[in-house]
Write a protein that binds this ligand. Structure first.
Ligand SMILES: *Cc1c(COP(=O)(O)O)cnc(C)c1O
Length: 399
């Protein structure tokens, strides 16, 4: 516990100082593709790793590295263990980079059916043709998980999201990590919905954490980037770094700098997101035209206790079901004035999505329903606005 000498909020706010000779107060954007050497000998030493230094920005760049270091410190905050993070070009590239580092042909990925859409597509359309296939099961069923691990020794990675879209279903990270360890399987958690302020998967024995920093970590919707964090420093520095460098999934200094700016207010944003989402969930739960509210903070949510164990607070994501199905959903969306209709999440403003008519329009209805995406389901990424404005808009749109 001794390594973290300042509070989490202070960690968010303070710059991690670059070891450069100059002393900028704020993190500069190192807009350079390569770095100079004093002598040919120094160049060789840096290239071969004998001397620490920068070579070429695809391999590493001070802006990206200092932002990655802050995220690594956040994910390991208050824990004995240290972590190493690598910033990449998007959440999707974080997922493909870590999977490429961990897997080879013939290996299988054990995961859940209700993953982020891009993640299941990546596994099915990109990895499967190379002979790395996902097995999608209900990860809440621990007996089924163990049975599947026993039956398929080719499983090398257990990949999950908690809480997951759209029902905010949680999985038990501690139990899954123990099972995975017993079968020599590495665990990866997509922690995008929570950020390390609300949830630290390393506390529960998870091996790797990935984020789409595009969402809550940046928080302002103005950059696309991702990060991979691991406590196996050697594996991160050797294998994951090599895949990032050679597949070219690196981030860039400008987007890294945008994340850095956004993260300064992470603690206060996440507190406010959680506080507003709780108020919205309570408002919706008592509304006669709302059939169901999926928010972990409500005692009625089936995973409320598990969420309480794993999360500091319940975050900004929720979904709810309107009476009247598809038509009611569309009518509601057309009346919304204050909230923003946009297919992203985790920004400071409230974002609203009707999956049946938007993100999941092309997905067959049966498949959509099987994953809990019913006709009248609305997904909200609750922002940090004045709560009265938010509830007022929802109230007039529900009618
Ligand atoms: C957005 C998102 C991703 C993909 O991230 P990009 O930055 O868009 O590539 C992955 N997982 C979750 C949970 C997301 O919300």
């Amino acid at each position: 516990m001794s390594k973290d000498k300042i509070g989490f909020g202070s960690l968010c706010v303070h710059e991690i100082k670059s070891k450069q000779a100059v002393r900028p107060h704020q993190l500069p954007i190192f807009a350079t593709s390569s770095f100079e050497f004093d002598t040919i000998h120094q160049g060789i030493d840096i290239f071969t790793g004998k001397e620490q230094g920068h070579v070429y920005s695809r391999y590493g760049n001070p802006t990206m590295e200092l932002v990655a270091e802050k995220i690594a410190r956040m994910e390991s905050y208050g824990l004995e263990t240290e972590a190493k993070a690598i910033l990449v070009s998007s959440g999707m590239s974080a997922i493909s980079t870590v999977l490429l580092a961990l897997l080879q042909q013939g290996d299988k990925i054990l995961t859940q059916g209700n993953l982020y859409g891009g993640t299941s597509e990546l596994m099915l359309k990109v990895f499967s043709p190379f002979g790395i296939e996902p097995i999608m099961i209900d990860l809440q069923d621990l007996n089924l998980v163990e049975e599947t691990l026993r039956q398929h020794p080719a499983i090398k990675v257990l990949y999950f999201e908690t809480p997951a879209n759209p029902t905010m279903a949680c999985v038990d990270m501690e139990a899954l990590s123990k099972l995975a360890q017993a079968y020599g399987v590495k665990t990866i958690c997509d922690n995008t919905f929570c950020t390390p302020y609300l949830q630290q998967p390393f506390r529960f024995g998870v091996d790797y954490v990935i984020h789409s920093t595009t969402k809550f970590l940046n928080g302002h919707g103005n950059s696309i980037a991702g990060v991979i964090v691991g406590t196996d420093i050697d594996f991160m520095e050797q294998k994951v770094w090599t895949v990032m460098k050679l597949a070219g999934t690196n981030c860039n200094p400008f987007d890294a700098w945008m994340i850095n700016n956004g993260m300064k207010t992470l603690e206060i944003r996440m507190d406010r997101h959680s506080q507003n989402a709780m108020a919205v969930a309570e408002f919706l739960a008592q509304h006669p035209k709302v059939e169901r509210v999926n928010y972990n903070g409500l005692v009625s949510h089936p995973d409320h206790e598990l969420a309480k164990k794993q999360m500091r607070d319940f975050g900004g994501m929720l979904s709810f079901e309107l009476e009247g199905g598809l038509e009611a959903g569309k009518a509601f969306m057309n009346k919304i004035q204050f909230c923003t209709l946009a297919p992203t999440l985790g920004d400071v403003d409230t974002l609203i999505l009707h999956p049946a008519s938007m993100s999941h329009l092309k997905i067959p209805r049966e498949i959509r329903l099987r994953n809990g995406i019913t006709d009248g389901l609305i997904r909200l990424s609750v922002g940090i606005e004045t709560i009265g404005d938010l509830i007022g808009d929802l109230e007039q749109a529900i009618g």
